[in-house]
Write a protein of this length. Structure first.
Lengths: 184, 116
């Protein structure tokens, strides 16, 4: 049904943004689903329309409100429509014309910078998380519920470590490419 | 090891932290020899590099932020929603220093391998 809002559920972690970009393109090209918004956790809302080939690209930017207009305008001038933002993730799309490969990042150094911005925000969680885990309140309120909750925090911490390593891996690979003087 | 040619004697040390420039950064700074807004820089880079270097908006925006933090460029005005940037005096010196390196490399190339 054209014009209808369709929901899809899909899990993409921070280091899987390129997979997410490919998935969004496939939705537009194969099913005529065009992204309207993304709301956590993992819910994508699409408008059902004509099938069209759009390249989707994600940027991670914590621009202040006064800089936002300039940022969006730069992309718009280059043909990229700002679909919306989720946290600091900025979603852009551009129609793909024959023989073109639209990119918002054209060198590996700037791609690495994007992941570094993500890591900067990511590390903000570290101190409060460790504080909670090490807190003495667990001893003061023993019991199965506290145990389960503490375990959940521990698992969260492990996941945080894992995702940091994955993103660091991407930064490393891209920085190596940049040092070799490669163009994107 | 002084060189009177490039006029950067004594100043070369403080510029070294900015060098070498990446290919994209060099062209972006070159474009900002004149005040320009974002998209105009994109077009100028393509023009100056004869189409061999294209800068995407994500790359360009990131470069503006970094170069502004490093005080190599500054905002000199606005055109509607678009910020207009230009090189600072420091930016001009860094660009000149990088261009000198490139000249030395090309000269050495001709010397070692002869002109084609």
């Amino acid at each position: 049904m054209h014009g209808e809002i369709v929901r899809r559920y899909r899990v993409f972690f921070a280091w899987q943004d390129e997979n997410e970009e490919r998935w969004l393109r496939a939705k537009a090209r194969d099913e005529g689903l065009h992204l309207v918004s993304y709301t956590p956790p993992f819910v994508y809302r699409f408008r059902h329309g004509e099938r069209a080939d759009y390249a989707y690209r994600l940027d991670f930017q914590t621009t202040r409100r006064q800089d936002r207009a300039d940022y969006v305008q730069l992309f718009a001038d280059a043909g990229w429509e700002h679909v919306g933002q989720m946290g600091s993730w900025q979603y852009f799309r551009k129609p793909v014309l024959a023989g073109e490969a639209p990119e918002i990042f054209t060198d590996p150094a700037s791609k690495a910078q994007k992941y570094r911005r993500l890591l900067a925000l990511h590390t903000v969680f570290l101190v409060p998380w460790i504080t909670v885990l090490n807190s003495r309140m667990w001893e003061r309120h023993p019991g199965p519920v506290a145990e389960a909750l503490r375990l959940l925090f521990l698992v969260g911490m492990l996941f945080w470590i894992y995702s940091t390593m994955r993103v660091l891996g991407r930064v490393g690979a891209l920085t190596k490419q940049a040092k070799q003087g490669k163009r994107a | 090891m002084s060189s009177c040619e490039d006029g950067l004697v004594g100043k070369r040390d403080d510029l070294r932290e900015y060098l070498p420039l990446t290919e994209s950064t060099y062209y972006i700074m070159l474009a900002l020899s004149r005040p320009l807004h974002g998209y105009a820089v994109m077009q100028r880079v393509a023009e100056l590099s004869r189409g061999t270097v294209t800068v995407g908006p994500g790359t360009l925006y990131g470069a503006f932020v970094t170069l502004e933090q490093q005080k190599l460029i500054e905002k000199v005005g606005e055109e509607g929603r678009r910020k207009v940037y230009a090189l600072t005096a420091l930016g001009n010196r860094v660009l000149a220093a990088h261009a000198e390196r490139l000249k030395t490399m090309t000269r050495a190339g001709s010397e070692a391998r002869g002109r084609r």
